[in-house]
Write a protein that binds this ligand. Sequence first.
Ligand code: PMP
Length: 458
Amino acid sequence: TATTARQPELKTALPGPNTKAIMERDAKHLSTSYMRPYPFVPDRGEGVWLTDVDGNTMLDFFAGIAVSTTGHAHPHVVQAVQAQIERFAHVCLTDYPQEITTSLAERLVRHVERTLPDGRHEKWRVFLGNSGAEAVEAAVKLARNHTGRSHIISTIGSFHGRTYGAITLTGSKTKYKRGFGPLLPNVSHVPYPNPFRPPLGSTAETCGQAVLNYLEDVLFQTVIPADEVAAIIVEPMQGEGGYIVPPADFLPGLRALCDRHGIMLIFDEVQAGMGRTGKMFSYQNFDGVQPDIITLAKGIASGLPISAMMAKESVMTWPVGSHGSTFGGNPVAAAAAHATLDLLEGAVKHPGCGDNLMDNARTVGDYILSELRDMQTEFPFLGDVRGQGLFIGLEFVKPDGSPDGKLRDAASMAMFERGLLNLDCGESVIRISPPLILTREDAETGLNIMRETLRSLQ
Ligand code: PMP
């Protein structure tokens, strides 16, 4: 695996002829709903590098939306997948236990149980699915089933997936919902405490408390009684909404509010979880807080499809046969998840990445954050730089401080043209969510491309 810094290598003018040809066929035959932010057709990957079908090699700063935790084609993951597929690829976890999924569940649960606030002992259980949306659906079903209540509260700016329950909870772009209704009944949304754009007339410091007050004093008094609410689902750090880190008092306050009213607290860790923020779960960046239910997907298995809905043993009380999935907890994906955990925990080391990939995410992330904050003095249109570990958002603003989506789109395209794969989120944000094996040297390469690009835009 490459550990020394490389530069992007662009062999053809973008898009090259093979890319163009495949993109034309793609546009004819695949769903009209797919987005294509720029012309890129991958051929193969190695570590943090992806080579397209015309031989152009690019630095990957988005990792298939925060999925490719160990980079592309990590030898440890490849080996694990190969070993399992040679034994069997599928038997159906809903019906038969399999050691590889049993041990994966035990391993995930150990990580959650380690996050228990002092003096509390609670066992956890795991339901394995295939995607983030499927984990979210399972979480909502479980919360309703367990509490006997139906109402679910989500946040504005959130993203929870594209199935019916999940799009209903999703509180970002209305294009996700237009023309698809009726959606799930009994769902409300409250603002997310974004310190850069504080809601409800609050400030960066008070926005967490403002949202908690809104729940208690407005929502529970005028919209839905608290004792009819099954769950509140929240991303401990908001992903698609713009890579937003809430103030430190928000999640502990939400935990206390849920405890007061018997409401299940669901943390959607699909995008920020699995080591990306420097901790296994992003909620561990907030002291002493643990949810009742956790959803995980994306980064679990370095790109193989598997998700987990985890819940306290006292909460996972639904009856035998009430929920299942044919492909859920696929053993080949589970093997990739074990291999990914080996690297995250440091049982297997990745050269140049310190003791384990979580530590690496933290150190390299800190470095990127401080370099980007330096860049803010040169580029006034970089309104905000925020994040934790390798979960970083770069918000573009107009001189009056409002979001500048056009400039962000131009920057994103210009970075791609210089060999840096990146992806937008929120209204005017570029997310930096590279594989967690990113070294400081490769980070520097990416930062240099960003700096050059931003200079060219000025
Ligand atoms: N929850 C969050 C926080 C997400 O970011 C996403 C995907 N962007 C999902 C759920 C849905 O995951 P999937 O696309 O795997 O269904």
